[in-house]
Design a protein. Structure first.
Length: 137
């Protein structure tokens, strides 16, 4: 076979390998996504709807305007954290990002129905989007 016939064949093989790899990665990502309708708090799963039905709403003012969600302090009390002021709280996102705050920051924050944790008056680096877990230590 000449070079003129060999190069297009190799190019098509590489293209098919690339397409196959892309399809495989996309299929794996879709099957490993964590259910965004729940949040694990201190080791127990809670439905976001359940959280919003059982916890009082709170509106805070931030540099992004007024935002409404549920009070994180009330949420921790509702899920049975015995000493909320003695604990530290780590908020973990789907993408692996996480932030740990103490009670003084927690009591100012809210959880929005988009699974976003917001703490007014703090750096946006403490705000966590797509929260899947709240670890209490």
């Amino acid at each position: 076979m000449g070079k003129d016939k060999l190069i297009p064949i190799i190019a098509m093989i590489l293209l098919l390998i690339g397409i196959s790899a892309s399809i495989y990665v996309h299929a794996i990502q879709n099957t490993t996504l964590i259910n965004s309708d729940t949040i694990k708090i201190n080791g127990k799963e809670y439905a976001i709807d359940q959280i919003f039905n059982q916890t009082e709403k709170k509106t805070i003012t931030t540099d992004e305007g007024e935002i409404t969600g549920v009070s994180l302090e009330d949420l921790m009390n509702n899920v049975g954290i015995k000493c909320t002021s003695c604990s530290k709280y780590t908020f973990k996102a789907k993408d692996g990002y996480q932030q740990t705050v103490d009670y003084n920051i927690l009591k100012t924050g809210i959880l929005t129905n988009e699974s976003r944790v917001i703490f007014p008056g703090t750096a946006h680096a403490l705000w966590v989007q797509d929260v899947i877990e709240i670890e209490v230590r």
